[in-house]
Design a protein around this ligand. Structure first.
Ligand code: PFF
Ligand code: NA
Length: 453
């Protein structure tokens, strides 16, 4: 069984994989989630743990996933099973693929709701519905936006349908084609965001909040959150990167590609922080005000800027695109698995997955209105989807991938697939064998309270 006996669709262009993987990584995680989590967990200590996790866990695990995908030539389940069997190991390792595929799908179920916010705000920007001059006005607009299940549901449905239409068109003419024009658009967004932070007062305070490290703000919960977010932001352990890797032609450098994606993703997150926190501080807002943070602070800033409406429209167009280039990657593992194993056409698989997505995401959407009292242990369904995936499934999945690559699979196969220099390979191996598993375990155990650090 060699790769040549398993023909598989491949990215068409030289940049296909890089654009698609960067598109997957850069998303609401960077612009929406990173700033509000940083606010919730006290700033620089969170940022530091996050950066350490990106380097010590995220980068090596991403390389592993791309290599597994390209060599296993299949969805996470199939690729991991093949790789395990090739090394004479149990097919049970494919459970890791199942967890990843499920995790990507669960993320998508709440992600479309947040992407729906972005679409709704784009519409408000265009139609003048964001008029208001105080922080309280913006908070009221955000609440009103969530209060009506019909309009909120319509926006998340629009995102779900758009996602499934793109995915249904296929790897090359759906995913690759859409990222090839949406990703250059993201560059514009970056430029706007930089301009932004400089405009509003409070820039120094924001720098301080993000980077002035203060040991007292370390909490084990914040550390677990930072690690979970490192996985989330790089689209790891959710089937996305592994499946995209399965379409990667041989010959492309996995190491260089991974670094490109990780650096781009980290830069966007930090820039988002530098754009948003100055506004927060300049307007006396609470950094820890949760998921609504950017939807309350950014419109406020746009109002105060010259040509604010124009920039605002551009910004929400870009944010919506960033969300779409991520959402399509979350379901690709599922669609690929369905077409490879269940004899479904791509279109049928996308429709099937889309209907399930619609039902579950509607339940998640209801957490903000009709189902405001439907909580379990104090969390809404929306929060549970986020919590289970980021705090549990992604770190566990990452641990599994690292152990699989580090100890279980035959070392030659991944060495050949990664094609690194001996030094770089040694470094990667050391990371997946010891550093990543230990980091994940330590943070886990600490957060569970078994260990006092
Ligand atoms: N990386 C995306 C973001 O930061 O918004 C989120 C994401 C995409 C997570 C794809 C998981 C995934 F499979
Ligand atoms: Na990201």
């Amino acid at each position: 069984m060699t790769k040549t006996e398993r023909p598989r669709t491949q990215w068409l262009g030289r940049w296909g994989f890089v654009l698609a993987a960067t598109g997957s990584a850069v998303g609401l995680g960077n612009v929406w989630k990173f700033p509000y989590m940083t606010g919730e967990y006290g700033g620089a200590a969170f940022v530091l743990v996050y950066l350490v996790c990106i380097l010590s866990v995220g980068v090596p695990v991403m390389m592993t996933e791309i290599a597994l995908g390209r060599r296993g030539r299949g969805s996470p389940i199939d690729a991991i099973r093949r790789m395990a069997n090739e090394s004479g190991r149990s097919s049970a390792w494919s459970l890791l693929g199942w967890m990843a595929m499920l995790c990507g799908f669960m993320i998508l179920c709440f992600y479309v709701v947040v992407a729906g916010w972005s679409f709704a705000y784009l519409w408000k920007m265009i139609s003048g519905g964001l008029a208001g001059s105080s922080v309280d006005d913006m908070a009221a607009i955000f609440s009103a936006n969530n209060a009506n299940p019909w309009s909120l549901g319509a926006w998340s449905t629009l995102v779900a349908v758009t996602t499934m239409v793109i995915v249904g068109k296929g790897v090359q003419s759906g995913i690759e084609k859409s990222v090839s024009w949406m990703m250059p658009g993201m560059v514009i967004m970056l430029v706007i965001m930089i301009g932004y932070g400089a405009f509003s007062g409070g820039f120094v305070e924001a720098l301080d909040f993000l980077f002035a490290f203060n040991a007292a703000s370390f909490t084990s919960e914040g550390m677990l959150a930072a690690m979970g977010h490192a996985f989330f932001t790089l689209s790891l352990a959710s089937g996305a990167i592994l499946t995209y890797g399965s379409y990667l032609p041989r010959g492309a450098s996995i190491g260089r590609t991974t670094l490109t994606v990780a650096v781009a993703d980290t830069l966007v997150a930090l820039m988002a922080g530098l754009a948003i926190f100055p506004v927060i501080f300049a307007n006396g807002m609470e950094p820890g005000s949760g998921p609504g943070l950017i939807f309350m602070s950014l419109p406020l800033a746009f109002q105060a800027m010259p040509l604010g409406t124009l920039f605002g429209i551009l910004f929400f167009v870009m944010l919506s695109m960033a969300a779409l280039t991520s959402s399509i990657s979350m379901v690709e593992a599922t669609v690929s698995w369905l077409t490879d194993n269940k004899g479904l056409s791509r279109r049928a698989a996308s429709w099937g997955a889309g209907i399930v997505l619609w039902v579950i995401s509607t339940l998640a959407m209801l957490s903000f209105n009709v189902g405001a009292d439907w909580t379990l242990l104090g969390k809404h369904f929306f929060d549970w989807l986020d919590f289970l995936t980021s705090r549990l499934m992604m770190p566990l999945g990452g641990l599994g991938m690292a152990l699989l690559a580090g100890f279980v699979l035959k070392s030659e196969s991944l060495r050949e697939e990664l094609g690194l220099s001996p030094l770089a390979h040694g470094l990667w191996l050391f990371m997946v064998r010891y550093v990543s598993p230990l980091a994940i375990l330590l943070i886990f155990v600490d957060a569970l309270g078994w260990l006092e650090i």
